[in-house]
Ligand binder design. Structure first.
Ligand code: FAQ
Length: 330
Protein backbone atom coordinates (compact mmCIF):
# COMPACT_ATOMS: atom_id res chain seq x y z
CA UNK A 1 0.00 0.00 0.00
CA UNK A 2 1.43 3.39 -0.94
CA UNK A 3 0.80 6.33 1.28
CA UNK A 4 0.91 10.10 1.18
CA UNK A 5 4.63 10.25 1.84
CA UNK A 6 5.39 8.35 -1.36
CA UNK A 7 3.24 10.38 -3.73
CA UNK A 8 5.62 13.30 -3.79
CA UNK A 9 7.05 14.70 -6.99
CA UNK A 10 10.65 13.73 -7.78
CA UNK A 11 13.19 16.42 -6.86
CA UNK A 12 13.18 19.33 -9.23
CA UNK A 13 16.83 19.74 -10.38
CA UNK A 14 16.31 23.51 -10.71
CA UNK A 15 15.08 23.70 -7.06
CA UNK A 16 17.17 24.66 -4.00
CA UNK A 17 20.13 22.46 -2.97
CA UNK A 18 19.84 20.10 0.00
CA UNK A 19 21.99 22.33 2.26
CA UNK A 20 19.67 25.23 1.69
CA UNK A 21 16.60 23.04 2.23
CA UNK A 22 18.12 21.72 5.46
CA UNK A 23 18.74 25.26 6.69
CA UNK A 24 15.17 26.31 5.92
CA UNK A 25 13.87 23.15 7.56
CA UNK A 26 15.79 23.82 10.81
CA UNK A 27 14.83 27.51 10.77
CA UNK A 28 11.18 26.53 10.57
CA UNK A 29 11.58 24.18 13.52
CA UNK A 30 13.49 26.82 15.53
CA UNK A 31 10.60 29.22 14.91
CA UNK A 32 8.14 26.60 16.27
CA UNK A 33 6.70 25.90 12.81
CA UNK A 34 5.25 22.50 11.97
CA UNK A 35 6.59 20.07 9.38
CA UNK A 36 3.85 18.46 7.29
CA UNK A 37 3.96 15.21 5.27
CA UNK A 38 4.70 16.74 1.87
CA UNK A 39 7.33 19.18 3.15
CA UNK A 40 11.01 18.55 2.49
CA UNK A 41 12.66 16.87 5.47
CA UNK A 42 16.08 15.29 6.08
CA UNK A 43 16.10 11.53 5.67
CA UNK A 44 17.23 11.13 9.30
CA UNK A 45 14.22 13.10 10.56
CA UNK A 46 11.86 10.91 8.51
CA UNK A 47 13.52 7.68 9.71
CA UNK A 48 13.56 8.80 13.35
CA UNK A 49 9.89 9.65 13.27
CA UNK A 50 8.97 6.38 11.59
CA UNK A 51 10.94 4.52 14.28
CA UNK A 52 9.41 6.43 17.18
CA UNK A 53 5.82 6.64 15.94
CA UNK A 54 5.78 2.96 14.92
CA UNK A 55 7.21 1.92 18.31
CA UNK A 56 4.63 4.08 19.97
CA UNK A 57 1.81 2.50 17.91
CA UNK A 58 3.09 -1.00 18.68
CA UNK A 59 3.20 -0.10 22.39
CA UNK A 60 -0.44 0.94 22.35
CA UNK A 61 -1.49 -2.29 20.62
CA UNK A 62 0.67 -4.64 22.71
CA UNK A 63 -0.35 -2.54 25.73
CA UNK A 64 -3.92 -3.80 25.31
CA UNK A 65 -2.83 -7.30 26.35
CA UNK A 66 -2.07 -7.02 30.11
CA UNK A 67 -5.38 -5.25 30.77
CA UNK A 68 -7.39 -7.13 28.12
CA UNK A 69 -6.58 -10.23 30.13
CA UNK A 70 -8.65 -8.85 33.05
CA UNK A 71 -11.83 -7.77 31.24
CA UNK A 72 -13.61 -11.05 31.93
CA UNK A 73 -12.48 -10.96 35.57
CA UNK A 74 -13.40 -7.36 36.46
CA UNK A 75 -15.14 -7.38 39.86
CA UNK A 76 -18.30 -5.44 38.85
CA UNK A 77 -20.22 -4.57 35.70
CA UNK A 78 -19.13 -0.92 36.05
CA UNK A 79 -15.46 -1.89 36.34
CA UNK A 80 -15.82 -4.15 33.34
CA UNK A 81 -17.42 -1.43 31.17
CA UNK A 82 -14.73 1.08 32.14
CA UNK A 83 -11.85 -1.34 31.51
CA UNK A 84 -13.33 -2.40 28.19
CA UNK A 85 -13.57 1.26 27.10
CA UNK A 86 -10.00 1.90 28.19
CA UNK A 87 -8.59 -1.07 26.31
CA UNK A 88 -10.52 -0.06 23.19
CA UNK A 89 -9.08 3.46 23.50
CA UNK A 90 -5.56 2.00 23.46
CA UNK A 91 -6.38 0.14 20.24
CA UNK A 92 -7.66 3.42 18.77
CA UNK A 93 -4.42 5.19 19.75
CA UNK A 94 -2.49 2.50 17.91
CA UNK A 95 -4.58 3.14 14.79
CA UNK A 96 -4.09 6.96 14.83
CA UNK A 97 -0.39 6.40 15.30
CA UNK A 98 -0.04 3.90 12.47
CA UNK A 99 -1.85 6.44 10.27
CA UNK A 100 0.51 9.22 11.39
CA UNK A 101 3.52 7.02 10.55
CA UNK A 102 2.03 6.16 7.14
CA UNK A 103 2.19 9.85 6.19
CA UNK A 104 5.99 9.42 6.25
CA UNK A 105 5.94 6.81 3.50
CA UNK A 106 5.95 3.53 5.40
CA UNK A 107 3.11 1.06 5.00
CA UNK A 108 1.15 -0.37 7.89
CA UNK A 109 1.90 -3.90 6.67
CA UNK A 110 5.63 -3.16 6.87
CA UNK A 111 5.34 -1.79 10.41
CA UNK A 112 3.32 -4.78 11.58
CA UNK A 113 5.80 -7.15 9.97
CA UNK A 114 8.62 -5.45 11.91
CA UNK A 115 6.72 -5.83 15.17
CA UNK A 116 5.87 -9.48 14.59
CA UNK A 117 9.39 -10.40 13.52
CA UNK A 118 10.77 -8.81 16.69
CA UNK A 119 12.70 -6.18 14.72
CA UNK A 120 10.72 -3.20 16.00
CA UNK A 121 10.66 -2.33 19.68
CA UNK A 122 7.63 -1.52 21.81
CA UNK A 123 7.57 -0.16 25.34
CA UNK A 124 9.41 -2.29 27.90
CA UNK A 125 6.55 -1.86 30.37
CA UNK A 126 4.21 -4.21 28.52
CA UNK A 127 6.53 -7.15 29.09
CA UNK A 128 5.52 -7.45 32.74
CA UNK A 129 2.58 -9.59 33.86
CA UNK A 130 -0.69 -8.25 35.33
CA UNK A 131 -1.15 -10.70 38.20
CA UNK A 132 -4.05 -9.31 40.25
CA UNK A 133 -6.99 -6.93 39.89
CA UNK A 134 -4.93 -4.28 41.72
CA UNK A 135 -2.60 -4.30 38.70
CA UNK A 136 -5.45 -2.69 36.71
CA UNK A 137 -5.28 0.17 39.19
CA UNK A 138 -1.48 0.34 39.11
CA UNK A 139 -1.34 0.27 35.30
CA UNK A 140 -3.89 3.08 34.92
CA UNK A 141 -2.39 5.19 37.69
CA UNK A 142 1.30 4.65 36.94
CA UNK A 143 1.68 3.45 33.33
CA UNK A 144 -0.89 5.86 31.91
CA UNK A 145 0.44 8.52 34.28
CA UNK A 146 3.94 8.04 32.85
CA UNK A 147 2.55 7.91 29.31
CA UNK A 148 0.84 11.31 29.82
CA UNK A 149 4.02 12.87 31.20
CA UNK A 150 5.88 11.74 28.06
CA UNK A 151 3.08 12.51 25.61
CA UNK A 152 1.91 16.01 26.65
CA UNK A 153 5.17 17.47 25.27
CA UNK A 154 4.67 15.36 22.12
CA UNK A 155 1.55 17.50 21.39
CA UNK A 156 4.19 20.16 20.52
CA UNK A 157 6.31 17.80 18.42
CA UNK A 158 7.54 19.46 15.22
CA UNK A 159 5.88 16.85 13.00
CA UNK A 160 2.25 17.94 12.51
CA UNK A 161 0.41 14.59 12.14
CA UNK A 162 2.11 13.12 15.25
CA UNK A 163 1.51 16.26 17.32
CA UNK A 164 -2.17 16.41 16.35
CA UNK A 165 -2.73 12.70 17.08
CA UNK A 166 -1.25 13.25 20.55
CA UNK A 167 -3.86 15.85 21.53
CA UNK A 168 -6.70 13.34 21.55
CA UNK A 169 -4.51 10.54 22.87
CA UNK A 170 -3.56 12.67 25.90
CA UNK A 171 -7.19 13.51 26.69
CA UNK A 172 -8.01 9.80 26.74
CA UNK A 173 -4.88 8.90 28.73
CA UNK A 174 -5.98 11.38 31.34
CA UNK A 175 -9.26 9.47 31.84
CA UNK A 176 -7.23 6.25 31.98
CA UNK A 177 -4.96 7.61 34.69
CA UNK A 178 -7.93 8.70 36.80
CA UNK A 179 -9.73 5.39 36.47
CA UNK A 180 -6.55 3.63 37.63
CA UNK A 181 -6.11 5.96 40.59
CA UNK A 182 -9.76 5.43 41.52
CA UNK A 183 -9.26 1.64 41.57
CA UNK A 184 -6.24 2.13 43.85
CA UNK A 185 -8.19 4.51 46.11
CA UNK A 186 -11.07 2.05 46.44
CA UNK A 187 -8.67 -0.76 47.34
CA UNK A 188 -6.76 1.43 49.80
CA UNK A 189 -10.01 2.40 51.54
CA UNK A 190 -11.18 -1.22 51.65
CA UNK A 191 -10.09 -4.14 53.81
CA UNK A 192 -6.47 -4.67 54.80
CA UNK A 193 -6.29 -7.53 52.28
CA UNK A 194 -7.38 -5.11 49.53
CA UNK A 195 -4.85 -2.52 50.63
CA UNK A 196 -2.14 -5.18 50.59
CA UNK A 197 -3.07 -6.03 47.00
CA UNK A 198 -2.65 -2.35 46.07
CA UNK A 199 0.75 -2.17 47.83
CA UNK A 200 1.90 -5.37 46.14
CA UNK A 201 0.92 -3.97 42.72
CA UNK A 202 2.81 -0.73 43.42
CA UNK A 203 5.86 -2.75 44.53
CA UNK A 204 5.93 -4.71 41.27
CA UNK A 205 5.12 -1.85 38.84
CA UNK A 206 7.14 1.01 40.32
CA UNK A 207 10.58 0.28 38.89
CA UNK A 208 9.39 -0.87 35.45
CA UNK A 209 7.41 2.39 35.21
CA UNK A 210 10.41 4.49 36.25
CA UNK A 211 12.39 2.76 33.46
CA UNK A 212 9.62 3.34 30.91
CA UNK A 213 11.02 6.84 30.27
CA UNK A 214 14.01 5.25 28.59
CA UNK A 215 17.72 5.05 29.45
CA UNK A 216 19.35 7.74 31.56
CA UNK A 217 20.40 10.84 29.63
CA UNK A 218 24.03 9.71 29.61
CA UNK A 219 23.00 6.56 27.67
CA UNK A 220 20.24 8.01 25.50
CA UNK A 221 21.60 7.87 21.96
CA UNK A 222 18.83 9.76 20.18
CA UNK A 223 18.01 12.55 22.64
CA UNK A 224 20.35 15.31 21.46
CA UNK A 225 19.30 15.16 17.84
CA UNK A 226 15.63 14.65 18.72
CA UNK A 227 15.70 17.73 20.92
CA UNK A 228 17.23 19.80 18.10
CA UNK A 229 14.47 18.59 15.81
CA UNK A 230 11.89 19.30 18.55
CA UNK A 231 10.55 15.78 18.38
CA UNK A 232 11.50 15.56 22.06
CA UNK A 233 11.04 18.61 24.29
CA UNK A 234 12.42 17.13 27.51
CA UNK A 235 15.10 14.54 28.12
CA UNK A 236 14.30 11.08 29.51
CA UNK A 237 15.64 12.03 32.97
CA UNK A 238 13.72 15.32 33.05
CA UNK A 239 10.45 13.52 32.35
CA UNK A 240 11.29 10.77 34.85
CA UNK A 241 11.88 13.42 37.51
CA UNK A 242 8.61 15.21 36.72
CA UNK A 243 6.75 11.90 36.97
CA UNK A 244 8.31 11.00 40.31
CA UNK A 245 7.66 14.47 41.73
CA UNK A 246 4.00 14.25 40.72
CA UNK A 247 3.45 10.65 41.82
CA UNK A 248 5.04 10.49 45.28
CA UNK A 249 2.38 12.76 46.87
CA UNK A 250 -0.34 10.65 45.19
CA UNK A 251 1.13 7.50 46.78
CA UNK A 252 1.17 9.30 50.14
CA UNK A 253 -2.49 10.23 49.68
CA UNK A 254 -3.27 6.56 49.07
CA UNK A 255 -1.26 5.60 52.16
CA UNK A 256 1.09 3.42 50.09
CA UNK A 257 4.89 3.28 50.24
CA UNK A 258 7.06 3.56 47.17
CA UNK A 259 9.58 0.70 47.09
CA UNK A 260 12.68 2.89 46.88
CA UNK A 261 14.72 3.27 50.08
CA UNK A 262 16.69 6.14 48.50
CA UNK A 263 13.57 8.25 47.86
CA UNK A 264 13.61 11.57 49.71
CA UNK A 265 12.51 15.12 49.08
CA UNK A 266 15.34 17.55 48.53
CA UNK A 267 13.98 20.73 50.14
CA UNK A 268 16.46 22.95 48.29
CA UNK A 269 15.37 21.91 44.80
CA UNK A 270 11.82 20.78 45.62
CA UNK A 271 12.51 17.54 43.71
CA UNK A 272 12.59 13.97 44.97
CA UNK A 273 15.92 12.23 44.94
CA UNK A 274 15.47 8.60 43.85
CA UNK A 275 17.52 5.40 43.59
CA UNK A 276 19.20 4.03 40.48
CA UNK A 277 16.93 1.76 38.42
CA UNK A 278 18.22 -1.67 37.44
CA UNK A 279 19.41 -0.81 33.94
CA UNK A 280 20.53 -4.38 33.30
CA UNK A 281 16.95 -5.50 33.70
CA UNK A 282 15.84 -2.72 31.31
CA UNK A 283 18.37 -3.77 28.67
CA UNK A 284 17.31 -7.42 28.97
CA UNK A 285 13.62 -6.52 28.62
CA UNK A 286 14.18 -4.44 25.49
CA UNK A 287 16.36 -7.20 24.03
CA UNK A 288 13.34 -9.54 24.25
CA UNK A 289 14.17 -11.32 27.52
CA UNK A 290 11.58 -9.79 29.86
CA UNK A 291 9.05 -11.90 31.75
CA UNK A 292 6.36 -11.71 29.01
CA UNK A 293 8.11 -10.71 25.73
CA UNK A 294 7.64 -14.10 24.09
CA UNK A 295 3.99 -14.41 25.18
CA UNK A 296 3.13 -10.91 24.01
CA UNK A 297 4.54 -11.48 20.53
CA UNK A 298 2.99 -14.94 20.30
CA UNK A 299 -0.45 -13.45 21.04
CA UNK A 300 0.02 -10.68 18.47
CA UNK A 301 1.21 -13.17 15.82
CA UNK A 302 -1.81 -15.38 16.43
CA UNK A 303 -4.18 -12.38 16.25
CA UNK A 304 -2.54 -11.37 12.97
CA UNK A 305 -2.97 -14.88 11.51
CA UNK A 306 -6.54 -15.14 12.79
CA UNK A 307 -7.35 -11.83 11.08
CA UNK A 308 -5.86 -12.83 7.73
CA UNK A 309 -9.21 -13.88 6.24
CA UNK A 310 -10.66 -10.45 7.05
CA UNK A 311 -7.79 -8.66 5.29
CA UNK A 312 -8.07 -11.03 2.31
CA UNK A 313 -11.84 -10.51 2.09
CA UNK A 314 -11.46 -6.70 2.30
CA UNK A 315 -8.79 -6.80 -0.41
CA UNK A 316 -10.95 -9.03 -2.66
CA UNK A 317 -13.87 -6.63 -2.20
CA UNK A 318 -11.68 -3.62 -3.00
CA UNK A 319 -10.33 -5.37 -6.15
CA UNK A 320 -13.85 -6.20 -7.25
CA UNK A 321 -14.97 -2.58 -6.84
CA UNK A 322 -11.95 -1.36 -8.80
CA UNK A 323 -12.47 -3.85 -11.66
CA UNK A 324 -14.18 -2.32 -14.72
CA UNK A 325 -17.92 -3.05 -14.78
CA UNK A 326 -18.81 -5.68 -17.41
CA UNK A 327 -22.36 -4.44 -17.70
CA UNK A 328 -23.67 -7.98 -17.19
CA UNK A 329 -26.06 -8.80 -14.40
CA UNK A 330 -24.77 -11.45 -12.00
N1 FAQ B 1 10.98 0.49 25.99
O1 FAQ B 1 17.98 7.23 22.81
P1 FAQ B 1 16.74 6.81 23.51
C1 FAQ B 1 1.52 3.87 26.66
C2 FAQ B 1 14.89 2.36 23.27
S1 FAQ B 1 2.46 4.26 25.30
C3 FAQ B 1 11.58 -0.04 24.90
O2 FAQ B 1 16.40 7.51 24.77
P2 FAQ B 1 14.43 7.94 22.12
C4 FAQ B 1 0.04 3.97 26.56
C5 FAQ B 1 14.76 3.38 22.16
O3 FAQ B 1 13.70 3.04 21.27
C6 FAQ B 1 4.12 3.88 25.77
N2 FAQ B 1 12.61 0.58 24.26
O4 FAQ B 1 15.51 6.82 22.46
C7 FAQ B 1 -0.61 2.83 27.25
C8 FAQ B 1 16.13 3.28 21.52
O5 FAQ B 1 16.23 2.08 20.75
P3 FAQ B 1 16.32 2.07 19.11
C9 FAQ B 1 5.05 4.11 24.67
C10 FAQ B 1 12.99 1.77 24.74
O6 FAQ B 1 13.59 7.45 21.00
C11 FAQ B 1 -0.78 2.82 28.62
C12 FAQ B 1 17.02 3.06 22.73
O7 FAQ B 1 16.20 2.51 23.75
N3 FAQ B 1 5.30 5.51 24.51
O8 FAQ B 1 2.11 3.54 27.62
C13 FAQ B 1 12.38 2.37 25.86
O9 FAQ B 1 15.07 9.29 22.01
C14 FAQ B 1 -1.39 1.74 29.25
C15 FAQ B 1 17.70 4.33 23.18
O10 FAQ B 1 16.79 5.24 23.80
C16 FAQ B 1 6.03 5.98 23.49
O11 FAQ B 1 6.46 5.23 22.64
C17 FAQ B 1 11.34 1.67 26.48
N4 FAQ B 1 10.71 2.13 27.57
O12 FAQ B 1 13.54 7.99 23.45
C18 FAQ B 1 -1.06 1.76 26.50
C19 FAQ B 1 6.21 7.46 23.45
N5 FAQ B 1 12.99 3.55 26.09
O13 FAQ B 1 14.96 2.54 18.62
C20 FAQ B 1 -1.71 0.68 27.12
C21 FAQ B 1 6.99 7.93 22.27
C22 FAQ B 1 13.95 3.69 25.16
O14 FAQ B 1 17.44 3.02 18.73
C23 FAQ B 1 -1.88 0.68 28.52
N6 FAQ B 1 8.39 7.59 22.36
N7 FAQ B 1 13.96 2.62 24.37
O15 FAQ B 1 16.58 0.64 18.76
C24 FAQ B 1 9.32 8.36 22.98
O16 FAQ B 1 9.01 9.39 23.57
C25 FAQ B 1 10.76 7.95 22.87
O17 FAQ B 1 10.90 7.06 21.79
C26 FAQ B 1 11.33 7.30 24.18
C27 FAQ B 1 12.78 6.88 23.89
C28 FAQ B 1 11.31 8.30 25.30
C29 FAQ B 1 10.53 6.05 24.56
Amino acid sequence: MYTQGLDQQPDDPSGPADDELAERFQARIDAEGRIEPKDWMPEGYRRTLIRQIAQHAHSEVVGMLPEGNWITRAPTLRRKAVLLAKVQDEGGHGMYLYSAAETLGVSRAEMIEQLLSGKAKYSSIFNYPALTWADMGAIGWLVDGAAIMNQIPLCRCSYGPYARAMVRVCKEESFHQRQGFEIMLTLCRGTSAQKNLAQDALNRWWWPVVMMFGPSDRDSIHSDQNMRWKIKRFSNDELRQKFIDATVPQAEFLGLSIPDPALRLDPASGHYHYGEPDWNEFREVIKGNGPCNRDRLAVRRKAHEDGRWVRDAAQAYANKRRAPATGQAA
